[in-house]
Design a protein around this ligand. Sequence first.
Ligand SMILES: CSC[C@H]1O[C@H](OP(=O)(O)O)[C@H](O)[C@@H]1O
Ligand SMILES: Nc1ncnc2[nH]cnc12
Length: 290
Amino acid sequence: MAETRIGIIGGSGLYKMDALKNIEEVQVQTPFGAPSDALILGTLEDTRVAFLARHGRNHTLLPSELPFRANIYAMKQLGVEYLISASAVGSLKEEVKPLDMVVPDQFIDRTKNRVSTFFGEGIVAHIAFGDPICKNLAGVVAEAIAKLNLPDITVHRGGTYVCMEGPAFSTKAESNLYRSWGAKVIGMTNLPEAKLAREAEIAYATLALVTDYDCWHPDHDSVTVDMVIANLQRNAVNAQKVIQETVRRLSENPPSSDAHSALKFAILTNLDKAPVATKEKLALLLKKYI
Ligand SMILES: CSC[C@H]1O[C@H](OP(=O)(O)O)[C@H](O)[C@@H]1O
Ligand SMILES: Nc1ncnc2[nH]cnc12
């Protein structure tokens, strides 16, 4: 199988990539179970990529039901080193309007029910997560958006993505609280992915596609799925253009990433003494360090 260094996770509205050629669908199994759907391998701009529909191709999985570990481990098994996540978000700022694109650089965790680590069962690791998004990969995504110069769409570089549990959207009190914290956008999925990608030494960046003003905005109705869907379709077209341009740039000039050595100083357990079963389960992550 040709090398697949670039992975794409498509969120709400982005269930496939129309420009993918030479498609092969693979049912991947991982020590953490099966991913959200089959992975679609194909070429984009002559580069091999792996695409996964985060909620499944028919959007059947709630954010709280997503098999985050299987999704990231499956990408690792395929050899992915750069992971681009396309995600629908609500805006928490006036100047960030529906259809705009945000490339966040921070997260706030408001989830309650997610398993966000591969470790445990006798092996302890604490990754550094002060900068949860790979700066260099995010830079490539932001430059790709800027280069495309999409009409009426503003790119916002940096900003905080609040990751809430869902599935219900926020209350106005919550939405205003996140605004008072200075957060820029809100979604339900990217933080566990970013943590797991870091543990898997995969560079991760988010392409956040704004669908609504959540519920805080006095001049806009509170977010509803109808509202989100109307904008998702337009966002999905733009997201594919951005991803294609990002892949082209990544394949020409793959950036360095601190994520690629994230476990170097993170593992506390003496691996010589660690349970064999856990070492086997995590072999793909640990092999550089054993
Ligand atoms: C369809 S509105 C809520 C839904 O959309 C976002 O999904 P994703 O991050 O996968 O694009 C948000 O996180 C919620 O899961
Ligand atoms: N307002 C919102 N809150 C949480 N997730 C979202 N995804 C899209 N819009 C959202």
